[in-house]
Design a protein around this ligand. Sequence first.
Ligand SMILES: [Fe+2]
Ligand SMILES: [Fe+2]
Length: 326
Amino acid sequence: MLEVRQINDEEVEQQIGLASLSSMSSLYIDDVLAVVERGARKLPTYLDLYRKAVEQAWSPYELDFSRDREEWQALSAATKARRLWSLRMFFAGEERVASLLAPLVWAAPSKDVEAFVATQLTDEVRHTILFDRYWREVVGSEAQDLHEQVSRIGITAQENPAYRYLFYDWLPQQSQWLASHPRDVEATVRFVTVYHLIVEGALFLTGMRYQLEGARRWGRTWGFYQGFTAATRDESRHVLFGVKYLRDRVTERPLHFVPLIQDTIREFRPLIHTIMLPPGGDMGFYGGQHLEFAWPGLSPQRLRDEMVDYALSALGRRLHAVGIPH
Ligand SMILES: [Fe+2]
Ligand SMILES: [Fe+2]
């Protein structure tokens, strides 16, 4: 779980903030994630985050997947199945969060929040398109359009009931509630706590960290690595927004919002562990040649446990930045 960095904290903003898509091949994911740690110590304003979103926007159509495709074609069926499982969790996750966010734009308590959340919505669609391209050009999908593609890759309740509950039931219901009750600040606080802190801050950033660190150790720093690293930089903005939004609510009415956030965390934190359970409890999904090469000496179970620990400790640091006592 030790950080793997190549640049120091002072260089992070400059080098990560301004990195172009093609230069992402040489970035280390822990340097990208350091942006969240730094930002949490001195929170940016909503318009600082908006400005970064504009300056860091990238095109998923610029990526070249030819090396990824070449590698894919030579993989064994077992390796393909493992990789598809983990990438489907991300693909479906990006599509779900993209489709759920719009009501938060309407429910924004200020123009500054509204401006930022609008950029986040386009980010999430961009991430979905990144995966759609990967599926067509690397995996070889022949889905007619994005709509059909999304319906093919969705995660079922049999595969992962906790994932299904969070992404297909609870979040859509909360989002629907916000759409018809945009002045319900308590509902936005619960939504942002689950969406930005649990889903993005704990689940997404942890999965991205291990996916990308493993890919780099393996030498697979091609088109997908570039796009997914850029997506991680976007996610780090989203998480900082979530921390800032909740911190502002807590500052306004601590006695009201601290317990509400604590209750929400208590309710949803257990899902971090259950969502990371592989289909049918088969720990082989965390194993294989990839694990032996990138994390020598680690069993699949140990890797999964380390990921859960990483997610929980990241969540603890975000809550600290929000001003929630342990
Ligand atoms: Fe995303
Ligand atoms: Fe996001």
